[in-house]
Design a protein around this ligand. Sequence first.
Ligand code: DGY
Length: 330
Amino acid sequence: MPLLMNRTDIEVVLWSEDRLVTRAWLLENIKGAAGVLVLLTETVNAELLEAAGPNLRVVSTLSVGYDHIDLLLMAQRNIRVGYTPDILTEAVADLSVMLALMAGRNDGPTYSLAKNGEWAKYMHNWSPFTFCGPQLSTTASSPNRTVGFLGFGRISQATLARLVPFGITHCIYTSSPTSKPDTARDAALKAKHKLAAVERVDLDRLARESDVLFVLSPGGKETYHLVDATFLRKMKEMSVLVNTGRGTVVDSDALATALHEKWIWGAGLDVVEGEPHIGTDHPLVKEPRCVIVPHIGSATFETRMDMVTRAIDNLMGGLSGGEMPSELRV
Ligand code: DGY
């Protein structure tokens, strides 16, 4: 990380391997540190703070999500926290649309055909509806499409903007029960995208009415398993669920059952509860209509470079006692 290593005003201890840092190394090397830059795979809890000792003033995470950080503890110890909002909005919105298309259009069972040399075999058994799936864009015979968002922050709104050219007609969403309705914002979005509706609804309507549902809420206790068997049972048979938020929001076993028993059409997942320990025996991996990519939402060169720069600016700002460009205030 040359941006940090070239500095002469601080001593930098760097995990230099191209793999996740081990907990043992982190606990050993954080001793006495004034600041730490972490990934979302590092749990920032009492254990880590104990290992660091009383000098620790700043935690900077290379992520927009912060469910790996015990924020209450940070507040109690007066430790400032930096994160990387906004920067990765477009990259995650891109991936969300990609997963909606892949899940709807049978990427699971079709992707490997040519790679495995089975294209001709498949053509031999071809019929007009082989490998058909629900179309994301509207057609003359199917002119309405409702897109649902569980969580309606920056990434959801960027995803909605990408879906407008597909002919999406209705947008429904749920937000945290503690957030105030923003009817002016919704009216502005409705006008801007020429939609029939942009409406905040309850979970019941979100489940029943979404043709494509994007799960884009933060993790944590408040959102744990909001998408469970009861929710999935209410969804349309031809609907597609995309999760680019946090794995813990969706009950994996319930989703596997929903796919297996065809309560819904398909799922596209960038995040899964328990990641990265998702083996070939995982019930979702076994479902042909479940497309899974390994948490690559922000993985573009442009976005990651900007995230690294912001994370370092946050760290340095905090260390100097000055402004952090993206400080998390809870
Ligand atoms: C984050 O940074 O929190 C996201 O999960 C990246 O995809």
